[in-house]
Design a protein around this ligand. Sequence first.
Ligand code: PRP
Length: 212
Amino acid sequence: MNTMVNVALPKGRLGKKVYDMFERAGYPCPSIKEDNRKLIFENEQAGVRYFWVKPSDVTIYVERGAADIGVAGKDILLEYSPDVYELLDLRLGKCRMAVAAKKDFRENTGRTLRVATKFPNIARNFYERESRDIDIIKLNGSIEIAPILGLSDVIVDIVETGKTLKENELEVIDTIVPISARLIANKANFKFKTEAVEKIRNRLAEQLEVEK
Ligand code: PRP
């Protein structure tokens, strides 16, 4: 019998691209594309069971072993440092983590910098390296509003096209790190499903070469 590999996919636009890549790599499950609200899809022959989870929850499923593998953004991996293996850069969902501020922002190193972000650990690490005192304001979304309303001096956030910043008259003042989607694996499950998981990893890697 085929080993069944449980795969946590991030719901949404990125997830669809990720699924397409798995499909091209030889792990199709066509019913996933039907218009329904099911969250679990299985292809017994191919040995995969997919489930859609919130992007920021993928690492939780994988770290706790409910999923053997999954796809998560490097932003989430850097922010939460889950204890998982990072197997492959899928080169999807490319963007960058950046510091942005209002166009007229002038740095005053004599004052504590107020930083609004969804990613407090990434922000803290970045400013620690810069030896800069900061005050983190943790928000859950629409971060760009913070400097406009004077809630913060800068933001640390994801920039993809730059459209959100532009339309809110903000600009990037520092790039922290490039981000993309990564294939991750549960450490314990990897031990007894090594062959099946490595096969998926290798086929995805081949797929990346073909598409280069
Ligand atoms: C992300 C990010 C920016 C935007 C960047 O927000 O936080 O707001 O995308 O994309 P752009 O450079 O292409 O404009 P998301 O859509 O995840 O919503 P959020 O406000 O909940 O963070």
